[in-house]
Design a protein around this ligand. Structure first.
Ligand SMILES: [Cu+2]
Length: 230
């Protein structure tokens, strides 16, 4: 009985050792993977964007409305960059040049605004279109097993009176990318840009003042900014 107990103890020790080894390996692998994930999108000292992941660079933008601007203006809408789970300023956005950028714009703004008709067109994307998800406030319905999502719609333009904001990139006075963003929607598409320093601007007069072009519309990190492509 003693020998048997002893064997059982040894077996338990072996099992515990194996579990510890597996957990250590798991943590090690996790840290290793975490290291690469943390470094999958970073700017080196040369300012060159490097990517350890294969596949297109992911640019995720989020538009929210209730951002406190100042006491006289009150609240204004703003673009943010969602990076590694954190919302960051959109004042300076950096993306790699000459490679596919997959852009996703998550728009929480449920209202439309005034914009020139030309900005109702999708321009500068790889397929000349953008996918709009949840292009009505819900675009989903109940089914027997829960929610039924109706997917996205590929469009090359949207009705000019159904635009909340645009993500419009210019090289000098040339528009190289224009993405109209419908209210309460997610817009997704892909594009490639040559190296350069571009400006980005929302073209919907969603800011403050008599023309709607003050406040957010004229402030970097709100409805305008710089796009570094290199
Ligand atoms: Cu806007």
């Amino acid at each position: 009985m003693v020998a048997k107990l002893h064997n059982k103890t040894i077996t338990n020790v072996i099992v515990i050792a194996a579990v510890v080894a597996i957990i250590s390996l798991g943590i090690g692998t996790g840290l290793f993977a975490g290291y690469f994930m943390a470094n999958s999108s970073l700017t080196s000292s040369q300012g060159k964007i490097t990517s350890a992941n294969s596949g297109p660079f992911q640019l995720i933008l989020v538009v929210t409305t209730n951002n406190f601007y100042n006491t006289s203006t009150g609240y204004q809408p703003a673009f943010f960059v969602l990076q590694n789970g954190t919302l960051k300023s959109s004042a300076n956005i950096t993306i790699p040049a000459n490679e596919q950028i997959d852009v996703t714009i998550i728009n929480y703004d449920d209202g439309n605004g005034s914009v020139g008709a030309v900005y109702a067109n999708v321009t500068g994307t790889l397929n000349g279109k953008e996918a709009i998800f949840n292009n009505t406030n819900v675009n989903s319905s109940e089914n027997a097993n829960g929610i039924l999502l109706n997917g996205s719609e590929q469009v090359s333009s949207v009705p000019v009176n159904n635009i909340a904001h645009t993500f419009t990139v210019q090289n000098g006075s040339n528009v190289v990318l224009n993405l109209p963003i419908t209210p309460s929607s997610v817009v997704q598409t892909s594009f490639i840009l040559h190296p350069g320093t571009y400006t980005w601007q929302c073209e919907v007069s969603c800011g403050s003042g008599p023309t709607g072009w003050e406040g957010a519309m004229s402030t970097p990190g709100w409805m305008a900014g710089t796009l570094y492509v290199h």
